[in-house]
Ligand binder design. Structure first.
Ligand code: U2F
Length: 461
């Protein structure tokens, strides 16, 4: 689907992961067929259906959910033994409740994906939306810098723009039902699209749209450089293009979702191993970047859309790239993961160090993702084990009348005021930043993060 308007985001991520590993000096082997996979992991056909296994010669194997299934088939019993070496590129994330097979089956979290019982940090996401997983990310365009600026004073400068908007939507079905929104924009700006046109058919778009057809990436980026506004239609969710647009000096205008989209009401998220609720097309852009670069509107309200476009046109924005999406930021993050993440050791993680722990007791009904974010911190599941003890409840002034530690519950450690019940986590795979319940006050391991690099704490590298 690459040249027909299908998803490219995952390929962007694979390309940048591969480049990062190579630049960091690792010896890489790529495998894109089952036959080749069998030969590189050392599985030779044995007698019967049981392959003979040589010791694995790779320190790490990056794959995706489909690759995991192939590896399981190819590796036989060795799969379990070497499981800790896998890293799963998983754009939308896998929460612990879906990951632990036994728990998922018995607690209603079983989906097509998930249930591999890996350590949740082995899943690597496209954006930092699920702190239970590792945020891998990708590299966006970098904000342009003024050539004569000296390094320590490098400042992005505004780019000269035409009065044009580019719409984010590579296939024409993404534009359907958005007429009010598009009309409000086309009244104010010349509006362009990069919509794939199948042979012999023109894309079904409003007649006043200048459609370039699907562009090669360099041409797409040239178009963004000329544009003032990049317009989200509500789908695709959470792709790289809005970050590229912002890096090239565009404002990203996107729809708000009310009610939020999730696996309960969206075909796209249905079956994905996450309970996340998505309040706009690009939550990272909204929450981590925000105004003046990102404006989120009710797309059914023509007046609000027009007023927002007018306000955007009066605002001057400079190109901007969050540090975590620069080359340097990605290399720093990937290097830190490779250096510090060890999922093969039986002992508890020592990275990040305990000194980074900031314990927060959440209000009823809030997940640790929200509790930590509310305090301008991030939930760090690797620190859960430090606060999973009765003494921590005491220190917080909570007197427990009973301590539950024999039941599985991904909300533990937590405190339930009715009956003053304290719950301790008994399975380390169930430590979960995600998850909330009106009856539980969650005990949350929060930590600070570097400016523009949420994956890493200030004193962690
Ligand atoms: C997301 O996948 P998409 O492929 O829809 O993501 P985009 O944000 O459109 O960007 C992918 C790349 O496509 C490039 C653009 C980006 O680097 O520069 N591009 C292009 O080369 N030519 C064009 O005309 C337009 C864009 C997301 F990333 C996936 O994880 C999701 O599965 C998918 C569905 O939500 O959305």
């Amino acid at each position: 689907m690459v040249d027909r308007g299908g998803p490219l985001g995952e390929l962007v991520q694979w390309a940048d992961l591969s480049a990062s590993l190579y630049i960091l000096g690792h010896n890489l082997t790529f495998s894109t067929s089952q036959l080749h996979l069998h030969s590189v992991i050392g599985a030779a056909p044995g007698r019967g259906s049981c392959p003979i296994q040589r010791p694995l010669t790779f320190d790490l194997i990056y794959t995706d959910y489909n690759g995991l299934t192939h590896l399981q088939g190819a590796m036989g019993l060795a799969f379990q033994h070497y499981k800790c070496r896998f890293r799963i590129v998983d754009s939308f994330g896998t929460e612990p409740a879906f990951n632990l097979g036994t728990y998922a089956r018995t607690h209603g979290y079983k989906t097509h994906w998930g249930s591999w019982s890996l350590q949740p940090k082995q899943y690597m996401t496209m954006f930092p939306h699920t702190p239970d997983n590792s945020f891998l990310g990708f590299v966006s365009e970098e904000a342009l810098l003024h050539p004569e600026d000296r390094e320590e004073e490098m400042e992005p400068v505004p780019i000269r723009k035409d009065n044009i908007a580019v719409v984010y939507g590579k296939q024409d079905y993404m534009w359907q039902g958005k007429e009010i929104y598009l009309e409000a924009i086309t009244r104010k700006m010349e509006t362009h699209g990069t919509v794939y046109q199948p042979p012999g058919r023109t894309a079904q778009l409003p007649s006043n749209i200048v459609n370039h057809g699907l562009l090669a990436q360099d041409q797409f980026l040239q178009l963004l450089k000329r544009a003032k506004v990049f317009v989200g239609l509500g789908f695709p969710y959470e792709g790289p293009a809005p970050l590229e647009a912002i890096a090239l000096g565009c404002v990203f205008l996107q729809p708000r979702f009310q009610p939020p989209h999730s696996s309960e009401n969206s075909n796209f998220y249905k079956g994905k191993p996450t309970t996340r609720k998505v309040f706009s097309q690009h939550p990272y852009a909204e929450e981590f970047i925000g105004r003046p670069f990102v404006w989120t509107v009710d797309m059914t309200n023509a007046t609000e859309v027009q007023q927002t476009v007018t306000a955007i046109l009066r605002t001057e924005v400079k190109p901007f790239t969050p540090r975590e999406f620069t080359c340097e930021g990605m290399l720093e993050r990937v290097h830190a993961y490779i250096t510090h993440q060890d999922f093969c050791s039986a002992s508890f993680s020592t990275w990040p160090p305990e000194s980074t722990l900031r314990v927060h007791l959440g209000p009823l009904g809030q997940s640790c993702v929200h509790v930590c974010r509310h305090a301008f911190l991030v939930c760090e599941p690797a620190l859960f084990h430090h606060l999973n003890s009765p003494t921590v409840f005491n220190r917080l002034g909570l007197s427990c009348s009973s301590i539950d530690q024999d039941v599985d519950n991904h909300l533990f450690p937590s405190y339930s005021p009715w009956g003053r019940r304290c719950g301790l986590q008994r399975d380390r795979l169930l430590f979960s930043c995600a998850g909330s319940d009106p009856a539980h006050r969650r005990l949350c391991p929060c930590r600070a993060h570097q400016a523009g690099q949420v994956a890493l704490c200030p004193e962690c590298i």
